[in-house]
Design a protein around this ligand. Structure first.
Ligand code: GLN
Ligand code: ZN
Length: 758
């Protein structure tokens, strides 16, 4: 093997899988029709990779919804609520059950969904318990392998590894407290053994087992299980060669030494997210007689590889393994499919980009350069080098000079003095998180404006009418701090990316987020600046319609970075400061226009937290610094709010205080307000708005239930610092639920306020 990749996007260049599965879910097409689309997409990927000249082509990287769910179903980890003993197990019912696990069914809530490591892809969390009977009960890897073989294409089936599967699973509620899914390891290894036997019988020469969990602290600590798993699989008589592939970070010398000691034939390392892997390899004196699959082409970002540099790094690995193969750092699932589809990007930027298809070419080219010696490919390498080395002309000297002048961490007056500077000490003020339901009228107005079907004046008229409606409704409901409702925003990151210099947006750069849902992350390629105000017009218009305060609404620097493809020629922290500076100007403009409450959403603060604890300090320093840079310019009496979409703060709970916001709203309804106490225990002393009801469900909460949540919260926080709000923005809900829910919320706050303090 000279060249390979870990996986390729599976949704199709025109999002064919999205359309086909949504049509199937809606009853407009049959399982057979969906299967036909899937088979065609798989074939297209294999043929693309073959024609590109890749030596080893992965299979079983396709999924109808999610590869972790595939693995759960493959090994029979199906929770009882999805099993209907009365139905025959034909393919169509299997597919129904599969989608029920992903999306829920009547009386059977779906599996929980969460982030795949530190990416924006989401997987379904398998539920395991001592009662789970693991057994090989599917044939997906085998049938995809034979499909490819039938087309004359030899592939390497890709499986999620046993350790990662178990460590990403959660213990089902019926499992005893101290039980862990890892207790199923031996059973599970038996299933892998059966599967490997079948694949070997079908002719598979090598199988890839993905173990990204080894890049996390927990995975690195599970050395015993790692050893047990790969000693046993390595020792099987009847098996294909095994490639244990790791990614999203280095795995440490201990794990490396351990893998080296097993009989697996190849190990994959991510040299992009974990450049220290090279030192670790040297530390264990190389991989001996194994193949090193060197992940040198970045699978998570959209920049062209500096091929010259990559080649010399590859060269330095040659002595450290029996053979070195060139690969991507991880699956290409995380990047858009083809740059060729982007005609509208500035040429100078396009030159610098590589999407999945282009990255495959880079891998192939590097493989040739490595084995043929540089000569045959010098011209192509040179071309790549020239593109990579041309300095980007997207530098903004003024932004850089201003940031230098500002210094590290400007800060505000102390919180107590700020609190004293605000006019009212209202108890339990009520507010919302920003967005109101995005009705079809609102969406249509945005689409019509974008397509030029309505004039800008007409568009503004419609948006203002919507703002009027949302303001009037909030006054009627009796909320205290109002919002404009965000009707003009398609997405909380894209809206700002389209208006800031230094960002580009793509036309077709779709990346799978979960299931059929795809996002088009903007590309942050140059110095960021704000050519003109971003939100001031809408917010001040909303403020002009009411005597009550209107809260301005912005997306914070960390979240802007987390949901974009970000330039990699400077530290993330430097880029975050540029975004922060633009937001700082916006915030000052809002303040100057009379806005007294400004919310800076940091939905992704925890998400971007590095996988390894040793990197947390540095991350939090720039993440918090950029938030403070954005927000510290305002007067003591202006209230800075922030919002985070989750309550499991874990290791960052102590950092919430450091953001120095006046009010922090968080998800809390599902965790019964526990986090209020957690935050307090971690030293948080400011305003807090624990979400009093779950907006992810269409259910309307009762007044009593919200009252109880508030009384619960009041056991840990003073009434002057307790804000009353839902869990998150309301944009995905309908007015039929939102209006009664907010009325109940306001009534609950009124009742609790009326009670004597203490
Ligand atoms: N202000 C945004 C909204 O209300 C926040 C969304 C989010 O946190 N994901 O929609
Ligand atoms: Zn939220």
């Amino acid at each position: 093997m000279r060249t390979t990749i870990h996986g390729y996007p599976r949704i199709g260049g025109a999002r064919e899988l999205k359309r086909a599965s949504e049509s199937y879910w809606g009853g407009a097409s049959t399982a057979a029709e969906l299967d036909a689309v899937a088979a065609r997409l798989r074939r297209e990927v294999w043929e693309t990779l073959r024609d590109a000249g890749l030596d080893e082509i992965p299979s079983n990287t396709f999924s109808y919804y999610d590869h972790v769910l595939d693995t759960a179903v493959l090994f029979g980890a199906v929770p009882g609520r999805f099993d209907d003993p009365n139905t025959a197990e034909d393919h169509a019912t299997e597919l129904e059950r599969y989608f029920a696990m992903a999306r829920g069914a009547q009386d059977a809530p779906p599996l929980e969904m969460t982030k795949w490591f530190d990416t924006n892809y989401h997987y379904l969390v398998p539920e395991l318990s001592p009662r789970t009977r693991l057994r090989l009960s599917g044939s997906k890897p085998l049938s995809e392998y034979t499909q490819a073989k039938g087309l004359g294409i030899e592939t390497r089936p890709v499986l999620l590894g046993p350790l990662t599967f178990l460590m990403l699973a959660k213990a089902a509620p019926e499992a005893p407290e101290e039980w862990s899914p890892l207790e199923l390891l031996d059973d599970l290894l038996g299933c892998y053994a059966d599967l490997l036997g079948q694949l070997s019988a079908a002719g598979a020469r090598r199988v890839q087992l993905d173990e990204p969990i080894l890049a996390t602290d927990e995975g690195r600590a599970a050395l015993g299980s790692l050893e047990r798993a790969y000693q046993r699989l390595g020792a099987l008589d009847d098996r294909p060669e095994l490639l244990v592939s790791t990614y999203f970070g280095a795995i440490g010398t201990e794990a490396l030494k351990l893998l080296k000691g097993t009989r697996v034939e190849a190990v994959g390392l991510d040299l992009v997210s974990g450049p220290e892997a090279v030192g670790e390899l040297a530390g264990v004196s190389g991989l001996g007689d194994k193949v090193l699959v060197a992940g040198i082409v970045d699978g998570r970002n959209v920049w062209r590889t500096d091929l010259g540099n990559a080649l010399s790094r590859l060269g330095s690995l040659l002595g450290l393994a029996h053979e070195v193969a060139v690969s991507t750092s991880c699956s290409l699932l995380h990047v858009p499919i083809d740059l060729e589809a982007e005609a509208a990007l500035p040429a100078e930027l396009r030159e610098r980009l590589a999407f999945a298809r282009q990255k495959v070419d880079e891998v192939v080219l590097l493989g040739r350069a490595l084995s043929e010696g540089g000569e045959g490919v010098t011209a192509e390498l040179e071309k790549g080098r020239a593109a990579a080395e041309t300095p980007l002309s997207f530098t903004n000297r003024r932004v850089r000079a201003r940031l230098d002048a500002l210094g590290e961490e400007p800060s505000r007056t102390g919180y107590e003095r700020r609190e004293a500077a605000t006019d009212s000490a209202a108890r339990l003020p009520t507010t919302t998180i920003g967005s109101f339901p995005q009705t079809s009228d609102v969406r249509r107005a945005r689409a019509d404006h974008r397509a030029g079907r309505i004039s800008t004046e007409e568009y503004q008229r419609r948006m203002r009418a919507e703002i009027d409606r949302v303001i009037a409704l909030q006054e009627d409901i009796g909320l205290d701090v109002l919002v404009h409702g965000e009707p003009e925003r398609n997405d909380m990151v894209q809206y700002f990316a389209e208006r800031l210099d230094g960002f580009a947006t793509t036309e077709h750069g779709w990346v799978q987020s979960y299931g059929s849902r795809c996002v088009r992350p903007p590309i942050l390629y140059g110095d960021v600046s704000r050519p003109e105000p971003l939100t001031v017009e809408w917010i001040t218009y909303a403020q002009s319609r009411t005597q009550k305060p209107v809260k301005g609404m912005l997306t914070g620097p960390v979240t802007m970075l987390a949901w974009s493809f970000v330039r990699d020629d400077q530290p993330l922290g430097d880029t975050a400061r540029q975004v922060a500076l633009a937001l700082r100007d916006e915030i000052l403009d809002l303040e100057r226009a009379g806005i007294r409450h400004i919310q800076v959403d940091e939905a992704a603060l925890r998400e971007l937290l590095p996988l390894r604890e040793e990197a947390h300090g540095e991350y939090l320093k720039w993440a918090i610094g950029s938030f403070r840079l954005a927000t510290s310019g305002v007067a003591p009496s202006t209230r800075i709010h922030t919002h985070m979409c989750y309550s499991e703060f874990g290791r960052i709970v102590g950092s919430i205080e450091a953001l120095d916001a006046d009010v922090t709203s968080v998800e809390a309804a599902r965790s019964h307000m526990e986090l209020v106490g957690d935050l307090k225990a971690a030293g948080y002393r400011r305003g807090i708005g624990p979400g009093v009801y779950d907006i992810h469900s269409p259910r309307v909460p009762s007044v009593e239930e919200i009252e109880e949540a508030l009384r619960n919260a009041l056991t840990a926080v003073e009434p002057e610092r307790l804000w009353v709000n839902p869990d998150c923005g309301l944009k995905t809900r309908g007015y039929a639920e939102v209006e009664p829910a907010l009325r109940n919320m306001v009534e609950a706050a009124r009742r609790v306020r009326a009670e004597p303090p203490g």
